[in-house]
Design a protein around this ligand. Structure first.
Ligand SMILES: [Zn+2]
Length: 127
């Protein structure tokens, strides 16, 4: 009931939390960028929200700073130049088209991002 603000962690601690809670990617600094596959935005480590754990109701988890985006760290891939270009030039109207373009890019690169994305999709389809 009190209006206590959400606990704010000092930056080094936050970076440590990112590293502990996001085991899919390495975090070198809070300036590291990720591309959120769910909301299609570039997010920065320092913006990522850390939720849970404060009232003993479950483990800490990371969440995307974008409102209504319920992605998990698995959905965050390292932004390639192509992703950055798409994220900054794409309008919300052709979001679906952009997503498929991103998918093609990932397939071409065949990197870890692609495998993570497939894994994430698989989880979503299975749930
Ligand atoms: Zn997001």
């Amino acid at each position: 009931m009190s209006s206590s603000p959400p606990s704010r962690l000092p930056d080094p601690d936050k970076l440590d939390m990112l590293r502990r809670l996001d085991q899919f990617r390495e975090w070198h600094s809070l300036d590291d960028k990720r591309f959120c596959l769910v909301c299609g935005k570039i997010i920065v480590g320092g913006q990522i929200q850390i939720n849970g754990g404060t009232r003993g109701n479950g483990p800490l988890r990371l969440s995307c700073p974008t409102e209504r985006c319920n992605s998990i760290p698995m959905d965050w891939v390292l932004p390639t130049d192509e992703l950055v270009a798409l994220a900054t030039t794409t309008t919300s109207e052709d979001h679906n088209g952009a997503s498929s373009k991103i998918a093609d890019r990932d397939e071409e690169q065949g990197g870890l991002a692609s495998r993570l994305r497939k894994f994430a999709l698989h989880l979503k389809l299975a749930s």
